[in-house]
Ligand binder design. Structure first.
Ligand code: NAD
Length: 254
């Protein structure tokens, strides 16, 4: 895959384990120029340190829960990049108490936080990003199989991923006329900062390694490679798709 001359934005690097970091690494190793976001001042330095060696073009604050922060990010990003070719949305959050326990205990606030951060945020990022995709482009987000099936430890995030996947399809339909593709990679469980909050995460890893057709867990690199394919011209005929990178776990009935 050749990304020479291609520019894009990556949202969601927290550290070296972040899925976004691994996607960005493959893209930049193949020639892409990338601008990054960080969530808030508290994490700025650690994100900046994680990006050493990946030649970031810029690193700007963007809290996806704050409309003004999103506007400012894109205003500044558009001064750095007049046009972009790709965008990676790799952002999710739910309150710890809403990841596990009885589903019916979720509060209205917990529901809103999870859905706003993890699903709604794709919409403004696509809307702003699309304005910079003057010659078309490709956008991906990261989902999980809990959008379709019950994973008790994932709880409210399953609802958020269901909403996210529906957003992917509606946005793919809306932006197809601009030659902008919107897809999701549905990744198997990977040890990251966000995954640490999920109840039963180790059991999920064990189940994938024992019951998937490939009889192993996926790697960060496999998600990054599939993501790069979806962001490249090689996937030009694919939009609105939810692509599983899960060792085949999702096809199993038992
Ligand atoms: N790790 C897994 O097993 C797994 C599997 C499937 C899908 N995913 C998805 O991959 C994506 C990336 O997660 P990850 O596992 O790499 O974890 P991570 O913790 O490295 O990344 C999550 C990112 O979301 C960002 N974020 C949270 N709230 C934000 C806000 N208000 N504004 C801006 N940024 C915010 C964090 O700063 C962080 O960079 C998520 O959508 C997650 O649900 C993860």
């Amino acid at each position: 895959m050749d990304f020479k001359g291609k520019k894009g934005l990556v949202f969601g690097v927290a550290n070296h384990r972040s899925i976004a970091y691994h996607i960005a690494k493959v893209l930049s190793d193949n020639g892409a120029e990338i601008g990054y976001s960080f969530q808030n001042d508290r994490v700025k330095d650690s994100v900046s340190k994680s990006l050493e060696g990946t030649n970031p073009k810029f690193l700007l604050e963007c809290n996806v829960l704050d409309e003004e922060s999103i506007n400012e990010f894109f205003q500044k990003a558009s001064q750095e990049f007049k046009e972009i070719d790709f965008l990676v949305h790799s952002v999710a959050y739910a309150e710890r108490e809403d990841l596990g326990g009885d589903f019916s205990n979720v509060t209205k606030k917990g529901f809103s936080t999870a859905l706003e951060t993890s699903a709604y945020s794709l919409i403004p990022l696509v809307k702003h990003g699309a304005k910079l995709m003057k010659n078309g482009g490709s956008i991906i987000t990261l989902s999980f199989e809990a959008s379709q099936k019950v994973y008790p430890g994932y709880n409210i995030m399953g609802t958020a991923k269901a909403a996210l996947e529906n957003c992917v399809k509606q946005l793919a339909n809306e932006y197809g006329k601009n030659n902008i593709r919107v897809n999701a990679i549905s990744a198997g469980p990977l040890p990251t900062l966000a995954a640490r909050s999920i109840n039963g995460f180790n059991e999920m890893r064990k189940a994938h390694s024992e019951r998937s057709p490939l009889k192993r867990n996926i790697t960060h690199e496999e998600v990054a490679n599939a993501s790069s394919f979806m962001l490249s011209d090689l996937s030009s005929g694919i939009t609105g798709a939810i692509i599983p990178v899960d060792s085949g776990y999702g096809i199993m009935g038992l």
